[in-house]
Design a protein around this ligand. Structure first.
Ligand SMILES: NC(=O)C1=CN([C@@H]2O[C@H](COP(=O)(O)OP(=O)(O)OC[C@H]3O[C@@H](n4cnc5c(N)ncnc54)[C@H](O)[C@@H]3O)[C@@H](O)[C@H]2O)C=CC1
Ligand SMILES: N[C@@H](CC=O)C(=O)O
Ligand code: NA
Length: 815
């Protein structure tokens, strides 16, 4: 036989009761001989408790009573055929009348004993089980209501009674015999003492009832039907990626429940553990889902741990004293004292020097614990053998749990790496004596981030969620959003990478959504519902969200975001940028940013700073990392200028070509940054620095390409006016080149630590002669690529290729 236990939400409404009936019927039809244990309808136990309290205080309870009646009657009306309803109404009404009399008695006495309270509360289970048994009788005539108080015998500790196992066993066994062919609906939670007075079994009482019946009747399994898909790997309210564990051992389930997972209350399961009866946690509202089997063996698992549990509020008490701690007997005295006063010590750690001891208690117990310690160790404190205990609040415990941990090396390393990488300090560590858990104490404000990071580290080795905060929604930013949107499903399916853009800002508005902004309509949402942009508060919000695998993307051309990079790295957030400003200002800033990112274990990726999406920064980095040495770099790194000279042929005017380059998205927001050479200079500077040179912008020898009048123009529009006037200048340049059979190229060089950029006329023998479109070309001459240089060539500007480069950097964060 099998025991099926359904909690309050499962019998909360007519609809959910219908689901319960289906499950029971299926089990019955499969010949599993189910015995059903039901809780009270959801909310009813609390309601009854309140009614009892009100009765004692002479506050009217009649409305509540009516409400209780309606809830049950509505279910009867919904699920029992009209012709069978009357006797059921009558019986329910009788029970409710009895309840009313009891409440009136309480009211008359103006006193509510625990005994009366248990009696009142017991109506919840009695009403629900009777009612559901009658509904079931329509389909399975052997359905029968059983009041468990006649079978579960307890002592007289009302509210939390202890079961008398011997008598209970006998009674249930004989019930098993006399009712072998019946489908029983047994009230959970209640029992009675030797005088027949109703008692309740305390927390998790209905599970306990199920375990007792299952154990005595040698059930093949005890199924606990609830409203979640089993025991999850972490709290799903915090860790969205938490999933149901298919198999747990009893001890794993206990450890996970001890620190949080509230699906079962372990002490109630002991009768089942002792008989090695599997307990299966299942979801009434998703009955096809297999749920979690809790059994003797831990079972094989793809993951090294089974789950992460946590307690969000904990206080830590520290004790120190060279004269005391570590001496035999001290810990014994301390923890006996706390146990005697019923202070639950959640976790203990002792420093290796053994001069201090740290333990965690519930915050409500902290002050009491300190007082007790001060009283118990008064003499030692006076003699300075012990320093006064100190308390730290606002802490949480996070524990990784699993039996396989002891067989898998490196578990604590993985835990601490995940925490460290996300900037989470560990206040104290404890390894459970069973080696079944490793617990850490961290600041409460970090709990959510820590749970997600640790969950990723242990369960989602492959699956990674990147949380993105993006500034700049122009040419590049908007293209990037489109690319991410189009690639989202593919990345998730094939690479286990999920990208959530959770913050967007341009210079006007900003928008946040922790669940990820819908990239199909980010633009209208930003404009219509966004807040006024403010970069400083954008950064503050990003930091406050404290997300794991968090990435800040700078898709602006402004210098403002770069002033925050250092602070961002210090908050353990990676930066991906196509904006060159941070890397091409003063060398000291370049160095500081790189050092800070490294120190905080986060990424600083800027592939698109040079040659847009072309792999240039990465290639140089790999050369350097592998011990090569750069002897010379020669390059064309302005896509705009490349495009211009590749297309400045025939009758077309220089002015028109520049306009075209801007329309094609090749230029900087201010095209003079390109034509004036500044953009190219920045790229050469970044390459030189990445190649190991300490070099400042003023060290670059920059050959002019634009007449001074164009550079001096007050605005981009004025610049174009001036450019129109300069047509003749560019035409003569072109004619000179054409006459010599040459082309004009703007070429940068790095040699012996010196950078120069100049306009050159090159003939067809030159490797940079044959370029088209916005092509960039770069040749690295190195110790290893000396005879023939390593060359990268291709389109080096444009929104598609640049956004793609930013995208590639993004997916590589944390890789
Ligand atoms: N076009 C290309 O081929 C390449 C461009 N880049 C870089 O891409 C960056 C962006 O270029 P575009 O998209 O063409 O520029 P854009 O002018 O189209 O867009 C810039 C965006 O930044 C926003 N913005 C400016 N200041 C801001 C602030 N303080 N806070 C928040 N948002 C701010 C603007 O509102 C706008 O949405 C530039 O740094 C450029 O150097 C890099 C490689 C290639
Ligand atoms: N404006 C730049 C774009 C890439 O950085 C260029 O023209 O090269
Ligand atoms: Na690049």
């Amino acid at each position: 036989m099998k025991v099926l236990k359904f909690g309050g939400t499962s019998v909360g409404t007519a609809e959910s009761i219908r689901a319960v009936l289906d499950i029971v019927k299926r089990s019955y039809d499969a010949g599993e001989r189910p015995l059903v244990v039901l809780s009270a309808m959801s909310g009813v136990t609390n309601l009854l408790t309140r009614m009892a309290v009100h009765a004692a205080e002479r506050i009217p309870f009649e409305d509540d009573l009516k409400f209780l009646e309606n809830r049950h009657f509505d279910v009867v009306r919904g699920l029992i055929a009209v012709k069978y309803q009357n006797p059921v109404f009558t019986k329910l009404k009788l029970m409710l009348n009895e309840l009313e009399e009891i409440l009136q008695g309480i009211s008359a006495l103006k006193e509510l004993s625990l005994q009366s309270q248990d009696l009142v509360v017991s109506f919840g289970e009695r009403l629900s089980n009777y009612m559901v048994s009658k509904i079931m009788e329509q389909y399975i005539p052997t359905a029968e209501f059983i009041d468990a108080s006649h079978y579960v015998k307890t002592d007289s500790s009302f509210g939390n009674a202890h079961v008398n196992e011997e008598i209970t066993q006998q009674l249930i066994q004989s019930l098993g015999h006399t009712h072998a062919d019946k489908l029983l609906f047994v009230t959970g939670f209640i029992g009675s003492n030797d005088k027949g007075r109703i008692t309740t079994l305390g927390r998790g009482g209905s599970d306990y009832t199920a375990a007792i019946f299952g154990s005595v009747l040698n059930a093949t399994a005890i199924e606990i039907w609830t409203d979640v898909n089993g025991m999850l790997t972490a709290d799903p309210r915090i860790v969205k990626k938490a999933f149901s564990q298919p198999v747990l051992s009893y001890t794993e389930a206990m450890e996970l429940s001890y620190f949080g997972a509230k699906v079962i209350y372990p002490p109630t399961m002991i009768p089942a553990f002792l008989k090695k009866i599997p307990i299966v946690i299942r979801n009434t509202f998703e009955p096809e889902f297999p749920g979690t089997i809790i059994q003797f063996e831990s079972g094989k698992s793809a993951y090294p741990i089974k789950g992460i549990s946590s307690i969000s509020d904990i206080s830590v008490i520290n004790l120190a004293g060279s004269g005391m701690i570590g001496k035999s007997g001290f810990s014994g005295r301390l923890f006996t004292l706390l146990a005697r006063e019923q202070i639950n010590v959640v976790l203990i750690t002792q420093s290796s020097s053994e001069h201090s001891i740290t333990f965690a208690v519930h915050p409500d117990d902290a002050v009491k614990a300190v007082k007790l310690i001060e009283a118990e160790f008064e003499l030692e404190l006076e003699a300075n053998k012990l320093t006064s205990p100190t308390v730290e609040d606002n802490l949480s415990v996070l524990a990784i749990v699993g039996e396989n941990m002891k067989r898998t090396p490196g578990m604590s390393g993985r835990l601490f790496y995940a925490l460290g990488r996300n900037g989470i300090n560990v206040r104290a560590i404890a390894q459970g004596s069973s080696e079944l858990n490793i617990s850490v104490i961290i600041a409460k404000e970090n709990l959510s981030k820590a749970l997600n990071a640790v969950h990723d580290a242990f369960f989602a080795q492959l699956k990674k969620t990147l949380y993105v905060f993006n500034v700049g929604t122009g040419n590049i930013g908007s293209t990037l959003f489109r690319q991410i949107y189009e690639q989202h499903d593919f990345l998730l399916e094939n690479n286990d990478i999920e990208i959530k853009v959770v913050g967007i800002s341009n210079s006007r508005k900003m928008l946040f959504d922790l669940n990820g902004i819908d990239l199909a309509k980010w633009s209208t949402m930003l404009e219509s519902s966004g807040e006024i942009a403010d970069l400083s508060s954008f950064i503050e919000r990003m930091k406050a969200m404290n997300l794991p695998n968090c990435v800040f993307i700078d898709n602006t051309a402004s210098n403002l975001p770069s002033t925050y990079y250092e602070e961002i790295f210090k908050s353990n957030i990676s930066v991906v940028t196509c904006n060159k400003i941070a890397n091409s200002g003063e060398y000291a800033q370049y160095k500081l940013l790189h050092d800070t990112a490294r120190k905080h274990g986060v990424d600083f990726f800027y592939e698109t700073n040079v040659g847009a999406g072309l792999p240039i920064v990465r290639v140089l980095k790999d050369l350097m990392l592998s011990g090569d040495r750069i002897l010379k770099i020669e390059a064309i790194l302005s896509g705009t200028i490349s495009y211009i000279f590749n297309n400045f042929v025939g009758d077309v005017s220089f002015y028109d070509i520049v306009k075209q380059a801007q329309e094609l998205g090749y230029t900087e927001p201010d095209p003079r940054d390109d034509l004036g050479g500044v953009d190219f200079m920045r790229k050469m500077l970044i390459l030189a620095r990445d190649a190991g040179h300490v070099i400042e912008p003023t060290d670059v020898n920059l050959g002019a390409i634009l007449p001074e009048s164009c550079l001096q123009a007050a605005s981009v529009d004025d610049f174009y006016t001036e450019l129109l006037k300069a047509d003749q200048y560019f035409n003569s340049l072109k004619e000179r080149a054409e006459a010599d059979g040459k082309v004009i190229r703007y070429i940068g060089k790095l040699e012996e630590g010196k950078v120069s950029i100049a306009l050159e006329m090159v003939d067809e023998t030159h490797p940079f002669y044959a370029l088209s479109g916005s092509d960039n070309i770069i040749s690295f001459t190195t110790e290893r690529y000396k005879e023939r240089p390593l060359v990268v060539k291709g389109p080096g500007a444009g929104a598609e290729v640049t956004a793609a480069g930013v995208f590639a950097d993004l997916v590589n964060v944390g890789a």
